[in-house]
Ligand binder design. Structure first.
Ligand SMILES: Cc1cc2nc3c(=O)[nH]c(=O)nc-3n(C[C@H](O)[C@H](O)[C@H](O)COP(=O)(O)O)c2cc1C
Length: 169
């Protein structure tokens, strides 16, 4: 089975998850940043990873998703929000909508530390829509610990199980 794991990552969180997903693939599977990703047509399974930008997969990952029509696909992503939040569920729903032409057999989201420069820039925006409430502070502090070893093990497990199902095990 020919597999491709490709990912978009600005600050490294999604790259870590991509490495874990790659570990769940059969020997010889390809792992490449989305900028270098080959034509997905040559692969039996493609896992595509993104970071969440304004509630959506980032633009580079989205562009690659558009090339995945007709393929068997898994998705993974990292975000600042809690993975069991409505925000995360909405983001996954929008991702699946982008991939409606593909057969999606695995999905995984976890938190990823938010670039402190972004947090700082947001706090200086006029009419700041993201004031530093205690809830937001707690969420950012939790995000700063992710992806952690448990996230990476969970990502490996989700994709290993999806591949086992594809093989009919
Ligand atoms: C410009 C920008 C926009 C973001 N928008 C969101 C968002 O809408 N929702 C969210 O939960 N996290 C958001 N984040 C947080 C990132 O998705 C999160 O930190 C992610 O783990 C970054 O992944 P990376 O290290 O692979 O680049 C945003 C981060 C940046 C830099």
């Amino acid at each position: 089975m020919k597999t491709l794991v490709t990912y978009s990552s600005r600050t490294g969180n999604t790259r870590l998850v991509a490495q874990a997903v790659h570990e769940a693939m059969p020997e010889g599977g390809l792992l490449v940043p989305v900028e270098d990703a080959p034509d997905p047509k040559g692969f039996d399974f493609v896992a595509v990873g993104f970071w969440v930008d304004k509630g959506m997969p980032d633009a580079k990952a989205q562009a690659y998703m558009q090339r995945l029509s007709g393929r068997i696909v898994g998705v993974f992503g990292t975000l600042g929000a809690y993975p069991d939040s409505q925000h995360a569920r909405d983001c996954l729903a929008k991702t699946l909508e982008l991939l409606r032409g593909s057969t999606v057999v695995a999905s995984f989201l976890c938190q990823g530390k938010v670039d402190p420069k972004l947090v700082e820039a947001m706090s200086r925006m006029p009419g700041n829509a993201h004031p530093m409430t205690p809830e937001r502070k707690a969420r950012l502090e939790e995000a700063a610990k992710h992806p952690d070893a448990t996230d990476l093990a969970n990502a490996r497990s989700v994709f290993a199980q999806a591949l086992a199902r594809l093989h009919g095990n």
